[in-house]
Design a protein around this ligand. Structure first.
Ligand code: SAM
Length: 472
């Protein structure tokens, strides 16, 4: 199929032939030092790389080049995102699902997993439990099932989530990870005030995709792959991409993922808001070793670094699928958002003990939110509960402009400090609060604009006095 980044047809903007050509070219040039230096030079400008250039770097195994890739990713991360890490939690609404995805425990043929769908009262209980930990930003998750989880149900849940005010708690941003749907439904999600619409491609390799999704509406590769275009047509301009690593060859996925980002930029003038980096995990009825394309921690770190270099303006997300050590490494190389204290079971947050009966996958990082916040600060990162951008209308290209103008330090930095302050006062242990207060004091000086710095200091005072929800 002819490759055309501007085409609206999945098979043309993710052309299989183009991916294969790219991989061949990358293999041929994997030791071409002159070309590799040129690509690294371009990457240093901080404006990204295309799928061909990035694929050459991925194929290259020269240790000195790998080191340069990691160093550069770290630098770009610092330049664009500073030392802030945004925190969120997934909220599982329902595990009813009609699809046959062979890697997912929610697949329709799994008869031994308990099926559950939250009532609105249960949603409220989950939200209160999440607020009581200190969360402000959620990603809602649901299986695909027109009967049990129709869009009306999802909308009702979003409404409930936003309406709950418990003590000083509030969920201020709801991102949505539900199956591909119609333009009209995306419009309704946008109207309900969602943040990012996230949909993992799982694999871009069509032949494998069809086998991995043998039954159900998700079997339709084109409908799934073209979902982000429909989301954009429905007015959602913050979309999140992702590949489930382990299903197919990672080099194929990486090239195609960047082609998808290039397509969004070419057609809509704005690339993906985020890229998630999930790896397949053990789960009920799922043995990850049944999928023979698993990648080592080393390759995974290099992939994260190359995503950072290739699309500097796109946030990168790592979940609790990864353990603390892996998270530590990839945060350094470019991850900007992490989940914390996640429970992947339906109704899991309201339970005292972590339940396993409806879980989507095993959680590797099982620490509390307070522990995650403290750990980030001890490594020199500012945990941020900021949700300001989309509430101030800074989505899509307006958000990208903010990134490109490097004004984030005058906006995201104070917002991070103010939301951290709220967390410290309302939810943190004494030990975490002590570390956090010191961090805020020191980081206040790193706000470049004098007026913003002064205003931020005033807001911090007011937060101390009990007022909440300031933002720039
Ligand atoms: N049902 C929605 C859809 O069709 O896109 C998305 C919600 S699903 C709860 C979220 C994501 O979890 C999936 O897109 C998939 O990539 C990931 N996932 C499924 N099984 C997994 C496993 N065994 N290990 C890790 N991640 C998994």
């Amino acid at each position: 199929m002819m490759y055309n980044a501007k085409s609206m047809k999945a098979e043309e903007f993710i052309s299989h032939e183009e991916v294969e050509e790219t991989l061949k070219y990358a293999d041929k040039n994997a030791e071409n030092e002159a070309l590799i230096s040129e690509i690294l030079e371009k990457a240093r400008l901080g404006r990204g790389l295309n799928h061909t250039e990035a694929s050459v770097l991925l194929a290259c195994e020269i240790p000195e080049v790998t080191k340069q890739i990691f160093d550069l990713a770290e630098q770009i991360k610092k330049d664009y995102y500073g030392n802030r890490i945004v925190i969120f939690a997934p909220l599982y609404l329902s595990n009813y699902c009609v699809n046959g995805c062979v890697y997912c425990p929610y697949h329709v043929k799994n008869k031994h997993i308990a099926r559950k769908k939250l009532t609105q009262e249960e949603v409220a209980r989950e939200v209160i439990a999440l607020q009581d930990m200190g969360h402000k930003r959620l990603a809602i998750e649901a299986g695909e099932d027109e009967v049990n989880n129709p869009l009306e149900y999802i909308l009702e849940c979003i409404h409930t989530i936003y309406s709950i005010r418990h003590k000083n708690g509030a969920i201020r941003r709801v991102n949505v990870n539900i199956a591909a749907t119609s333009v009209e439904n995306y419009r309704r999600l946008k109207e309900a005030g969602i943040g990012t619409y996230i949909l993992f491609q799982e694999t871009y390799h069509k032949e494998s995709y069809l086998k991995l999704h043998p039954t159900g509406p998700k079997h339709d590769y084109d409908y799934h792959t073209e979902a982000m275009d429909r989301a954009m047509a429905g007015g959602i301009d913050d979309v999140g991409l992702g590949v489930l690593y382990g299903l197919e060859l990672y080099r194929y996925e990486f090239a195609a993922l960047l082609m998808h980002a290039e397509h969004l930029e070419a057609v809509h003038g704005v690339g993906p808001h985020t890229i998630s980096m999930p790896r397949i995990k053990r789960a009920d009825d799922i043995d990850p070793s049944a999928f023979d394309n698993s990648i080592s921690d080393e390759v995974f770190a290099k992939l994260c670094a190359l995503v950072r270099i290739s699309v500097p303006y796109t946030g990168m997300i790592i979940s609790t699928r990864e353990n603390q050590a892996v998270r530590e490494r990839v945060i350094r190389y470019g991850v900007s958002q992490i989940s914390g204290a996640s429970r992947t079971s339906v109704g899991g947050y309201a339970e005292d003990e972590r339940p396993h009966d409806t879980e989507q996958f095993d959680v590797s990082d099982q620490r509390t939110l307070d522990e995650v916040v403290r750990w980030l600060m001890q490594m020199g990162y500012i945990p941020s509960f900021c949700t300001a951008c989309y509430r101030a209308g800074r989505t899509g290209d307006r958000f990208m402009e903010l990134c490109k103008s490097k004004q984030m330090q005058n906006c995201c930095h104070p917002n991070a400090l103010m939301t951290l302050k709220e967390f410290l006062l309302d939810y943190a242990t004494e030990q975490t609060r002590a570390i956090g207060e010191k961090m805020i004091e020191a980081e206040l000086r790193n706000i470049p604009g004098e007026m913003v710095r002064r205003l931020c200091a005033e807001h911090l005072e007011k937060i101390e006095q009990g007022i909440r929800d300031f933002r720039f």
